[in-house]
Design a protein around this ligand. Structure first.
Ligand code: GCO
Length: 479
């Protein structure tokens, strides 16, 4: 592949999200998000009890961040916009300072020749909507999200070519469903509990996304493209047995088809309906027609791969395929115990995911576009990245050695994306490296580092890592 070039229209850049990098969590009129609440009010919800209050302070340092991207030769950036910075209560009065901030961010990107691909919602649900009606567990949020999306898209569409409505709808509620947080914040006790909450949230994110997409093309007549970022991994049968093949398919259905099915085929996969029964809301015929075809392309956050196997009782489980670890230090061995529905394995708190580009990504890209959803026009890898433990957890490798693993990781993933295009003829049209710099990793707080730039959380300096130059050199070689 050394001399193989990427397609001319291939777009690449770096990604992140508002709550993970902005800081300024209470500044300039921003309203609280569910994550401001969880990180401050639910002890140990975030493993190191850090918050997004300051982190990399990109809100104040975006000019230097974009100047550095320009100097490094990065031509595209995929940020998210903070909904509660625009609508502090989720709806109603607009926070002008927040709007001005993103006006400046978009024009600064433009001034530096950096193309934005913008995510509207990356998990920072306005807390007011959670307090008022349970946020994504309540259908009311569909109209509030559409209102927010119309405001942002109408204002910035001329600068944005690709819009992502929702990041990983699978997790729109994991932040608060099934968690014993009610003792810390009574509103938690009011949400539709347990597994139903997950599927109500998923249902409402699909409706919200589809309504925005319909408006974008049919009323607003936007010039760009719109989709949502679907999560998911590759699940390979542990053996050639029929039972394990069914187990692998069920994991695809739950991890990928849950959202990939409705937008390509108009409904949830049959195995979800069979397994979940009335836990899974049903679409009306009108909703199916609204959702089917509501994405202009497929966006995949592809991080890892797992081996699926049948367990008794017709359920399936899966483990990270530690049988052939790409990076021994990361050989995850987590396995899920059968629950009311098949789940991918829990990621180890230290993000000990197994990174396996040949199976985790290349085989997945081919399986997605030929077996699972043959109608996909093209596919963009909207996130891929590698985390090493925080200084306090470094054991067998030091920071530099871990970053050389990250450099290997990006070489391997990018080579496999190119192989997917060149050999497998998969129409991959973009790739976004995660992340622009070290940031707040949700339940892991700042205890792991995903950045291609190191952030000193005391003096806020950014230092490009070796892996950043590995990624840049790879693109220079193949562009
Ligand atoms: C996700 C989220 C990101 C994470 C990244 C590393 O895919 O979970 O989109 O916000 O930080 O993926 O876990």
């Amino acid at each position: 592949l050394a001399n193989v070039k990427l397609p001319a229209n291939f777009k690449w850049g770096l990604a992140s999200s508002a709550y993970q990098i902005e800081g300024a969590a209470k500044d300039e009129g921003k309203g609280p998000s569910i994550w401001d609440l969880l990180s401050h009010r639910v002890p140990n919800f975030v493993s190191d009890n850090t918050t997004g209050d300051v982190v990399g302070s990109h809100y104040w340092l975006y000019k230097q961040d974009f100047a550095r991207l320009k100097a490094l030769g990065v031509k595209a950036f995929s940020p998210s916009i903070s909904w509660p910075r625009i609508f502090p209560f989720g709806k109603g009065p607009v926070n002008e300072a927040g709007v001005e901030h993103y006006d400046d961010v978009i024009s600064e990107l433009h001034a530096n020749g950096i193309t934005p691909a913008v995510t509207l919602f990356h998990w920072d649900t306005p807390l007011a909507l959670f307090n008022e009606y349970g946020a994504w567990t309540n259908r009311e949020i569909v109209d509030d999200f559409v209102n927010y999306a119309k405001f942002i898209i109408s204002r910035y569409d001329q600068y944005v070519e690709e819009w992502f409505t929702i990041n990983e709808p699978q997790y729109c509620n994991w932040q608060y469903a099934n968690y014993p947080a009610g003792e810390y914040y009574p509103a938690f006790n009011n949400i539709t509990g347990g597994n139903k909450a997950r599927f109500l949230c998923g249902h409402h994110t699909l409706l919200a996304h589809a309504k925005v997409a319909k408006w974008y093309h049919e009323e607003f007549k936007g010039h760009g493209r719109i989709t949502f970022k679907n999560s998911g991994n590759y699940y390979q049968p542990n053996t050639t047995s029929e039972a394990d093949k069914i187990a692998a398919q069920r994991n695809f259905d739950f991890a990928v088809g849950w959202f990939g099915g409705p937008w390509t085929d108009g409904d949830y996969p049959q195995s979800l309906k069979d397994t979940l029964g009335d836990l899974l809301p049903a679409f009306t015929e009108e909703e199916k027609a609204l959702i089917k075809g509501s994405c202009d392309f497929y966006a995949i956050d592809g991080y890892s791969s797992f081996t699926a196997f049948e367990v008794s009782g017709g359920l399936s489980a899966c483990v990270s395929n530690s049988s052939h670890p790409a990076y021994p230090e990361c050989a995850g061995s987590s396995s899920s115990s059968p629950s009311t529905f098949p789940l991918g394995p829990a990621a180890d708190p230290a993000m000990n995911w197994l990174y396996n580009a040949p199976t985790g990504l290349r085989r997945f890209l081919k399986h997605l576009t030929t077996e699972l959803f043959p109608s996909i026009p093209d596919i963009v890898v909207t996130e891929f990245g590698f985390a090493e433990p925080f200084e306090s957890q470094l054991t067998n490798l030091n920071q530099i050695q871990w970053d050389l693993r990250r450099a290997d990781y990006f070489q391997s993933y990018l080579d496999n994306i190119l192989a997917s295009i060149h050999y497998d003829k998969v129409n991959v049209t973009g790739a976004w490296g995660w992340a622009i710099f070290d940031n707040f990793e949700w339940g892991s707080g700042t205890s792991v580092r995903f950045g291609l730039q190191y952030v000193n959380y005391t003096d806020l300096t950014r230092t490009p890592k070796a892996s950043m130059f590995q990624l840049l050199n790879w693109f220079k070689t193949h562009e």
